[in-house]
Design a protein around this ligand. Structure first.
Ligand code: ZN
Length: 509
């Protein structure tokens, strides 16, 4: 167990802000000499936030969010009454805690299928494939109907399958292009196929199972993601193969909003943004995804306010809209900020799923140790260490969670803002070793109910909620006090402007 001697010493320093101001230099020195940063709360006479934010209080919010979903179509999907009423709940809770929540509104291109997509083999023998089992329509796929078209595989023996226009040099007009997942974005593969005269494009996974993909912006031809197992089968039998593809989709301009709330006090040029998405998928109440993160944010905001003192750094709580359709709310927010507003952001913490049924303790991989982690700005590793240190202090194992762009931290990282957060696991599979660390079942996914109607109160893991919310609250309190390890900003602002009376011997006034 690493020592936190400095923690205790630092409490002393924290107790009196006035004395604190006078010792900025001393304080910084103390920091450096202490080697490790204080992990205790700034308010020695109060419980640390990690103890004020309880699983019981989070459960109360989740029960309310579940009731709201039950009475409003069974979900909290973007642009539905379920979302609007949940938003009113969040705003009401924040107002009761003394915040002035505000909405960040945006418009976006909403893509939907109007009728079920069809993928079937017409020759050598008729076979219909199941959406959700064998294939998934890629979001923003164009519409189209193709009957009994031949299939041509394009460089499926390479990781660049479909990435290069020259790979389509002899592509027969009207054929369906079969390409494999690899190094370049799906949208590029499908566009190259369309440009070469393909009537549709199938992208198969480079692992056996199915995947949910997007082409990003509307494609010119139908685009379907296929499981690796089926893809290999089709790839091996293109000679006599004919397929039927039907995609009936629409894109409409819709509008929605995210909710933001700032602590009244704290430095507004070194803002700690703490967020998670409020919307759910249409399939169910999304109690873990992301009711759990929403409830955690709400309770942390309430308890931070209850501490009754301004944090050093302003904390901005964010409840993002339209995450499930492509991280829309958070992206619109970040892209709408001016240069100055971006500069005023110190860092971003993301909480998307903290109650997974077969959970793990994942700290978003700011050091990019995992192969799938990309683009973490400097300082993100320091954020990870704040959480890791806390788990270690509790004697709890934690491990890096991939920073692959799957949640609302992406826009912040792209904008150069150090980012981190916690996650309890989704569609990855738990190993024997992880089962030893976290309990639960090896060989089973971390959240078997992910994006299903069964992502409900019964399937929440309360140990996960308790452990990850405590670590999360600790991280919020720590960084609200100081972001020095993340962005080099010392906790206390420079002393007030001094108005000297004399200049040398001569009086100025
Ligand atoms: Zn989510």
């Amino acid at each position: 167990m690493r020592s936190h001697l400095s923690g205790r010493a630092l409490h002393g320093v924290h107790r009196s802000p006035h004395r604190r101001r006078a010792t900025t230099a001393g304080f910084a020195a103390l920091f450096l000499t202490a080697g490790t940063l204080a992990s205790g709360p700034a308010h020695a006479d109060e419980l640390p936030l990690s103890e004020m934010v309880t699983a019981e209080a989070i459960e109360a919010h989740l029960v309310n969010l579940n009731t709201i979903a039950e009475y409003n179509g069974g979900n909290r999907a973007t642009n539905t009454p379920g979302y609007d009423v949940a938003a009113l709940y969040v705003e009401d809770q924040l107002e009761r805690a003394g915040y002035e929540p505000y909405r960040h509104e945006y418009e976006y291109e909403a893509w939907r299928t109007l009728t079920p997509t069809v993928l079937a083999r017409t020759t050598p023998e008729k076979t219909s494939y199941e959406e959700g089992e064998h294939f998934e329509t890629m979001s923003y796929s164009g519409s189209g109907s193709v009957r009994g078209a031949k299939v041509t595989a394009v460089a499926t023996d390479t990781a660049e399958s479909g990435c290069l226009p020259e790979q389509f040099a002899d592509f027969p007009e009207g054929h369906i292009a079969l390409v494999k997942r690899g190094s370049c974005p799906f949208g590029e593969k499908v566009q190259n196929a369309a440009d070469a005269g393909a009537s549709a494009a199938l992208v198969y996974n480079n692992e056996d199972e199915l995947f949910t993909g997007t082409v990003g912006t509307e494609s010119d031809v139908p685009a379907i993601g296929v499981s690796g197992a089926l893809g290999e089968e089709l790839n091996a039998s293109t000679r006599h193969l004919r397929l039927k593809v039907e995609v009936d989709a629409s894109i409409t301009t819709e509008s929605s909003y995210s909710i933001l709330a700032d602590t009244p006090g704290g430095k507004d040029d070194n803002v700690v943004v703490v967020g998670g998405h409020l919307d759910s998928v249409e399939d169910g109440p999304g109690i873990n995804d992301n009711g759990s993160g929403t409830a955690f944010l709400l309770e942390t905001a309430r308890q931070l306010a209850a501490q009754g003192e301004d944090p050093n750094n302003k904390v901005r709580f964010a409840f993002w809209g339209t995450e499930e359709s492509g991280l829309v709310g958070s992206t619109e927010y970040v892209e709408g900020l001016s240069e100055q507003e971006l500069d005023d952001l110190a860092l971003y913490l993301n909480f998307d799923m903290i109650g997974s049924n077969n959970y793990g303790r994942f700290v978003l991989d700011g050091r990019m140790e995992l192969p799938g982690s990309v683009g973490a700005p400097s300082g993100s590793g320091a954020i990870a260490k704040v959480f890791e240190d806390y788990f270690e202090e509790q004697g709890q194992v934690s491990e890096p969670g991939e920073l692959s762009g799957r949640s609302d931290y992406l826009a912040f990282m792209v904008a150069g803002i150090p980012s981190g957060g916690l996650f309890s696991g989704g569609d990855g599979t738990k190993t024997e070793e992880q089962a030893e660390w976290y309990g639960g079942e090896a060989g089973k996914t971390f959240d078997p109910y992910y994006h299903t109607p069964d992502d409900n109160l019964e399937n929440i893991n309360w140990d996960s909620v308790a452990e990850l919310s405590a670590a999360g609250a600790h991280g919020v309190e720590f960084l609200a006090e100081t972001t020095l390890p993340v962005n080099g900003v010392v906790p206390f602002s420079a002393p007030a402007e001094v108005e000297p009376l004399r200049k040398g011997d001569a009086w100025l006034r």
